[in-house]
Ligand binder design. Structure first.
Ligand code: FAD
Length: 456
């Protein structure tokens, strides 16, 4: 199959002068406040905040995106982008919002082991399209997350220790830069911009599609080992000791969750504080069973779902929420961690916390350490995250609790991961990127968006 993609480059070079002209030139939709469909278009997975742009271009093609950017530039409007809204941080008030959800094309080239995903494509669609060829993308825990937003922030996948960040697999980025030009960028063609986009890519343009490599994975040994709060201390200590010496073919994380006492939840979860150890291993089930034996030895499990599964079932490992909701979250990359500190974090986020705090600890290392692109702090050993739903909860109180929890691990903190900051955390460039990445990213921004058109 030939995957060569020839973008429909816009023939025009002049900007649409009025909204009417923009609408006429757009294959998708152009919406302003009060229009039917405006509210639905600006809404996304994160319901805690939403954009209130002066104009939304629901782009159906790369040409639509180019028209939108030219129009915005001609009218001095800042441009923001939304795909699924999973990572919505600062809401764009005023300005022009490019909504990419219609651009959800996915194509697989099984011989080249590559995929093309349009700006609005979700990971679930790529997983489904690649599976018949016994191939998989380097996706994360939730199939509902957008390919492009995830990859531009690096993309920490469920097989990260074996295959590195999603951005390490990108071959070509197609984007519209602030000058309204549609560009195809690769290592050969514009290496500086290409490198900046891979991990530092939010705010350099509107990406209209990505070509990236797939990995030969059709199945997994994976699932969760779930312990009750009575074994919390033992489980956390055992996990940290166990993570010291693992093959790169095993990627894991820990989730600490106080489940609400709701009838919609399975009885074994309702109202309980649980430790979930999530495992994804590409070796055999037999070897996987041997590897996790020290964790099973901690004691009886509330649930033990480790099993052989097709890769397309890998989303069951984390069981991320699929329904839109409001949330705020923060996280730090760590050079190490000890069991006492982790237990203190667990206590601060446990049943006595004034709001629900979901704590997650990702084990890094392996192939995540090396690679090009602009992912910051690749040598971190863990990522510790905390997230709270905002169902009427005061965000200031949430932030204060999160800050207290992350302060416990300050001795090991090396930086922050852009993909896991939920809510407006201001400019985190200094913490997300070490030198010389920071200087290179600043140079790319100055070269491709000198007027800061993509300032949201
Ligand atoms: C439930 C859940 C699970 C997650 N799991 C993981 C995980 O396993 N690993 C991981 O690394 N991350 C994970 N994330 C974080 C996620 O990768 C980021 O929030 C990512 O930014 C989401 O991208 P999106 O396009 O879906 O969301 P959006 O909110 O639409 O976009 C997020 C950001 O990307 C920018 N962006 C989107 N599309 C484009 C484009 N075409 N051009 C330029 N900029 C664009 C947006 O402007 C915005 O800044 C998860 C988030 C949630 C809520």
């Amino acid at each position: 199959m030939d995957i060569t993609y020839t973008p429909a480059a816009p023939a025009r070079t002049t900007a649409p002068s009025s909204l009417a002209e923009l609408t006429e030139r757009t294959a998708g939709v152009v919406l302003v406040p009060g229009d039917e469909g405006y509210d639905a278009e600006r809404s996304g997975f994160q319901t805690g905040r939403s954009h209130r742009p002066s104009v939304i271009v629901g782009a159906a093609s790369a040409a639509d995106v180019a028209e939108a950017v030219r129009h915005a530039r001609a009218h001095g409007l800042p441009v923001s982008v939304q795909s699924t809204g999973h990572g919505l941080a600062a809401a764009a008030d005023g300005g022009l919002l490019v909504s990419t959800r219609r651009m959800d094309e996915v194509r697989i080239d099984p011989e080249a082991r590559t995929a093309w995903a349009g700006a609005g494509a979700l990971w679930g669609k790529v997983i489904e399209a690649a599976a018949p060829y016994r191939l998989a993308p380097v996706n994360g825990s939730s199939p509902g997350v957008g390919v492009v937003g995830y990859t531009l922030g690096g993309g920490l996948g469920i097989l990260g220790r074996e295959f590195g960040y999603a951005s390490d697999h990108v071959r070509t980025v197609e984007l519209v830069t602030a000058d309204g030009e549609l560009r195809r960028v690769s290592q050969e063609r514009d290496p500086d911009l290409f490198r900046a986009l891979l991990g530092g890519g939010h705010g350099l343009g509107v990406v209209t599609g990505l070509e990236f490599g797939l990995v030969p994975v059709a199945r997994l040994y994976g699932g969760q080992l779930v312990f009750g709060a009575d074994l919390l201390d033992e489980a956390l200590a055992a996990y940290l000791a166990w993570a010291e010496d693992l093959p790169d073919t095993l990627t894991s994380s820990v989730g600490l969750i106080v489940y609400p006492d709701l009838p919609v939840l399975p009885a074994h979860l309702r109202g309980r504080y649980l430790v979930q150890i999530r495992i994804a291993y590409t070796g055999t089930a037999e070897d996987g069973g041997r590897l996790v034996a020290p964790l099973r030895a901690v004691g009886p499990r509330v649930a033990d779902t480790l099993r052989e599964m097709p890769y397309s079932d890998a989303h069951t490992i984390h069981q991320d929420p699929a329904a839109p909701h409001a949330y705020d979250g923060d996280g730090v990359l760590l050079s190490g961690l000890d069991a006492d500190a982790l237990r203190t974090v667990a206590a601060l986020g446990g049943p006595d916390a004034p709001m629900m705090c979901v704590v997650q600890l990702n084990h890094l290392g392996g192939a995540l350490v090396s690679g090009g692109g602009s992912v910051g702090h690749r040598d971190a050993r863990f990522l510790l995250r905390v997230l709270s739903p905002l169902d009427g909860t005061d965000v200031t109180a949430v932030r204060s609790r999160h800050a207290g929890m992350l302060a416990v691990v300050a001795p090991w903190a090396v930086g922050r991961s852009v993909n896991f900051l939920f809510g407006d955390h201001g400019d985190v460039t200094a913490e997300a990127y070490e030198e010389p990445l920071r200087t290179r990213l600043a140079a790319a921004k100055a070269a491709y968006d000198p007027e800061n058109v993509f300032r949201v």
